[in-house]
Design a protein around this ligand. Structure first.
Ligand code: ADP
Length: 424
């Protein structure tokens, strides 16, 4: 679970980091575009200034317009002004294009501290955002007027112009970034669905094999009794059934084992669940076994429901293990009781037997892996010393506790404490 979130966080950090780097590149790009624009503008301004120094058709026309001298033309003053704006515009546009400046512009020809003589017709909406390039004119025109003349070039929305120049880079980088995000989210989702599928399949196999276990076990016990009590001529047949049942048991155990190997990664799979139905079923099954095998078993499950955060399958295995032990470690007819009740924040499950008991020294070690009490008497009880270790691990994985009380020759009581959900 932790790893899952770690990967998501790493992914988000990487994407944010990458976007930040892209953004910085983008800013550098904008700055470069700005610098280049200024350089080009500088060159263009120089050329414009040079060409307007001398008297030529354009400067003569402009000169006439601003000095309001219409003697040389058979035109009205307004037409002369319009014509000079038109030709000035053409001239400036050529110069700007020659220097690679393709954005919209305006111009204004004015004398310092006074109103403009000539202005391009385009009016700009936001005067504050205008980028202005003043060119102080020399030569013919200022000499004609005897005043300082300034030709100002104005550019609006240069940033948008720079952006359009950078679009070839920004749009692909945004598109690629989105493709990366999309692919990773998609792969992650597919992986997650696959994991879910594996878990569900595992759960299904576990449940199925588990469901098979009880009837097979009961058939086994029943045939064992039949074989002992039955007629001589039936025994062979019953023996065959027993053999096959044992085989089936072995197969089921194998599948269950496989399931737990698969489960190792998550090992237990807890969910909100009422344990009462499971305990009822488990007790009834064991009661059936007690009738067949002729021992005493009683159970008492107090309270309506036992809401816990639990892996039902493993807990059931653990309790079954305790019941099996109670049966296994009883000398004569076993007397076993299972009790469950709620106490404070815990569900208490007690498995009590009147069996051989465990002495104080061994009692400390019975939960250790492979530990078995080395009593000469006990050798009829088979085992590997793994059962109680498993029970303890499962209880701890449920944040619960396990306790045991025992007196030699009198019996033992195993107590499991499983935390209840707050609302139960
Ligand atoms: P196994 O039963 O395979 O030997 P367990 O881990 O289940 O392994 O038990 C460890 C030891 O604890 C057993 O060998 C047995 O001596 C002792 N033990 C377990 N349960 C009981 C019981 N109910 N009464 C007496 N002794 C028990």
């Amino acid at each position: 679970m932790f790893k899952k979130y770690l990967y998501i966080i790493l992914f988000i950090v990487a994407i944010i980091g990458l976007s930040y780097v892209q953004y910085q590149y983008f800013r550098i790009g904008l700055n470069l575009a700005g610098t280049q624009f200024n350089e080009n503008m500088g060159d263009a301004a120089k050329e414009i200034k040079n060409e307007l120094k001398i008297k030529n058709e354009l400067t003569f026309l402009v000169g006439s317009a601003i000095s309001k001298d219409d003697l040389s033309f058979r035109l009205s003053m307004d037409s002369i002004q319009d014509a000079s704006i038109y030709f000035m515009n053409e001239f400036l546009q050529d110069k700007l294009l020659e220097h690679g400046i393709k954005t919209g512009y305006g111009f204004s020809l004015y004398q310092k501290d006074s109103t403009a003589y000539l202005s391009s017709k385009d009016s700009f909406t936001d005067e504050d955002k205008l980028l202005r390039y003043p060119i102080i004119l020399e030569g013919y025109l200022p000499d004609l007027l005897g005043k300082r003349l300034i030709l100002e070039l104005q550019f609006e929305n240069v940033n948008r112009y720079f952006l359009s120049q950078l679009n070839g880079l920004t749009i692909p980088s945004i598109v690629f970034l989105f493709i990366i995000i999309f692919v990773i989210v998609w792969v992650y989702r597919a992986f997650y669905l696959q994991m879910n599928l594996i878990t569900t399949t595992n759960e299904f196999i576990n449940n199925l094999t588990h469901e098979l276990k009880t009837p097979v076990f009961t058939i086994g016990v029943a045939t064992k009794i039949l074989q002992e009590k039955g007629h001589e001529d039936e025994r062979e047949l019953i023996g065959m059934i027993r053999k096959q049942v044992d085989k089936l048991k072995g197969q089921i155990d194998k599948v269950l084992e496989l399931g737990s190997i698969e489960r190792k990664r998550g090992f237990i799979n807890k969910k909100e669940i009422d344990l009462k139905p499971m305990l009822i079923e488990l007790s009834s099954n064991f009661e059936q076994v007690s009738k067949l095998e002729n021992f005493e078993f009683s159970f008492d499950l107090k309270g309506e429901s036992y809401m816990t955060m639990a892996d039902e399958y493993h807990l059931e295995n653990a309790i079954n293990g305790l019941l099996e032990n109670a049966k296994k470690y009883s000398r004569e007819k076993a007397v076993i009781a299972l009790e469950a009740y709620k106490e404070g924040k815990y569900l208490i499950i007690k498995v009590r037997d009147r069996g051989i008991g465990i002495n104080a020294d061994d009692l400390k070690k019975i939960f250790d892996k492979y530990y078995r009490v080395s009593d000469g008497d006990l050798h009829h009880a088979k085992g590997y010393g793994l059962g109680l270790n498993y029970v303890k691990r499962i209880v701890h994985l449920h944040k619960g506790k396990i306790e045991v009380e025992s007196t030699v020759h009198e019996g033992s009581t195993f107590v499991l404490k499983i935390p209840l959900l707050k609302n139960d």
